[in-house]
Ligand binder design. Structure first.
Ligand SMILES: N[C@@H](CCC(=O)N[C@@H](CS)C(=O)NCC(=O)O)C(=O)O
Length: 236
């Protein structure tokens, strides 16, 4: 069995939050738009209708089945492939955390596009500076406090303890993305969040992830993605 992942080909973006658990679990998938281009993605998306029809990429396809929305996809994969929760409380807790990741990812995006997603960064630089300041100073610590507390529930590097879940791969991507976008702020905060950094490091060391990060499939962060490094938006 192999899934088809559809996502924009030239950025990590939200697609990366889906790739990571697939890679960590050694699940086969084809990254269709990386192989066939963005036009193929748009054609495929337009052709889909009914239950599961995606509003936006990423989405994952298995035969006639299609599932979209990043948090929804990875939570579903977790339940199906053994990296979700083992009890109802754990499953719901993980999904809840995954939805918190969705929120901070959207806020990270809005630091460089606080006014209009369809407008150029250059046309909203002043607003971006203001948005980034609030994000750096207030929002990152508030979210990180929440993740640090979640990582303290059970002993071990991951939210579930010794075993990774879809939340851990997302926390890894979030931490590395923010380190790319806001290196000064992340360096200043790093000692306040030992569990979060230990979790990111433990995900990075998972064999499937270590192999993936060395491969050509892991493209670099860039200034077209969600996590963008604009030096003027960063500070201690
Ligand atoms: N809430 C959705 C957001 C999906 C989304 O915004 N996808 C972006 C790329 S990262 C996109 O192509 N959006 C097109 C649009 O919103 O019109 C998720 O988490 O998957």
């Amino acid at each position: 069995m192999s899934y088809d992942l559809w996502y924009w080909p030239s950025i990590q973006g939200r697609g990366e939050f889906v790739r990571l658990p697939l890679e960590a679990a050694g699940i086969e998938y084809r990254d269709r738009a990386r192989d066939e281009g963005a036009e193929a993605l748009m054609d495929d998306m337009e052709a889909r209708s009914g239950w599961g029809a995606p509003y936006a990429p990423p989405y994952l396809v298995d035969g006639d089945f299609c599932i979209a929305q990043t948090a929804h996809i990875v939570s579903w994969l977790g339940e199906k492939h053994g990296f979700g929760g083992e009890s109802e409380a754990e499953t719901l807790g993980l999904i809840q955390l995954q939805l918190v990741v969705t929120d901070i990812v959207a806020e990270a995006h809005d630091t460089h596009h606080p006014v209009g997603t369809g407008d150029y960064y250059e046309d909203q630089k002043d607003e971006a500076k203001r948005a980034a300041k609030g994000f750096r100073e207030n929002r990152i610590p508030k979210y990180f406090d929440h993740f640090e507390a979640a990582l303290g529930i059970v002993e071990g590097p991951f939210v579930r303890g010794a075993t990774w879940s879809h939340v851990d791969t997302s926390l890894f991507q979030l931490v590395r993305g923010l380190e790319y976008a806001f290196p000064k702020r992340m360096a200043a905060l790093s000692s306040d969040y030992p569990k979060l950094h230990a979790c990111a490091d433990a995900v990075e060391a998972l064999p499937g992830i270590a192999d993936y990060l060395k491969s050509e499939r892991r493209i670099s962060f860039n200034e077209d993605g969600i996590f963008r490094h604009y030096p003027e938006l960063d500070a201690d």
